[in-house]
Design a protein around this ligand. Sequence first.
Ligand code: IP8
Length: 254
Amino acid sequence: MGKVTVVKLGGSVVTRKDKPFTVDERTLKRLCEEIAASGKRRLVVIHGGGSFGHQIVHDLRLLPPSRSADRIGLAKVVKVMDDLSSHVVNAMIDSGLPGVLFPTFAVAVSRGARVKDLFMKSALMALEMGLVPVMRGDLCCDEATGYAVVSGDVVVEALARRAAVEKVIMCIDRDGLESGGKVLPCVRMRDRSYEGALWEGEAVDVTGGMRHKLEALRPLAKKGTGLLLINGRRAGRLLAALRGGRTVGTELRW
Ligand code: IP8
């Protein structure tokens, strides 16, 4: 089985942070078209929660997890993420990408917000059939806390533990990690020397922002998986990254 490329569509890229529960249709369409134009098909697409998931978890005060949390509230989180996933899958199909959804809630169990079990057989078979599995950050049943909000980056790492992933391209709403106003082309993860380049986002983020993202990806850097942060809001960068060409962004190495 050939190696897989993972594209993470950050929630801050595919939704509008100024408008809760609103998809950035134009950006989503363009990103899907860039994926389609790259010709890559051994792909898994993972999207974040953006102004859908983060907003509802925040509004309904579902974190930290509580045994007595309103069950309708929990169901609403999955429903809202289903809505966002459905936009992603529609945009993929419209661009000629055979996206099929594997909702994380249905295929994963977490323990302390880390993925413990991930049922991958159907997604891997779908990949072999030439389909493009779509997963996401999501609410999960959690062995320690009843439920947890698992970020898409944690799903990326869990997936890479179970499938041969050669490259992860993370589309965020910045050019990469920066120092002194300049994008850092490469950052070493071994000693967390990137800490000074992190920022606090302005949008509601219930899964811990950039710090949490990078922490989730550290084991992949250690394994030697190619990791690239690029700006999904700039046209052409995802396409260049998928083609393996040079583009503005930050490579994460061990
Ligand atoms: O945006 C969060 O996923 P992320 C998922 O990848 C929810 O951190 C439901 C907020």
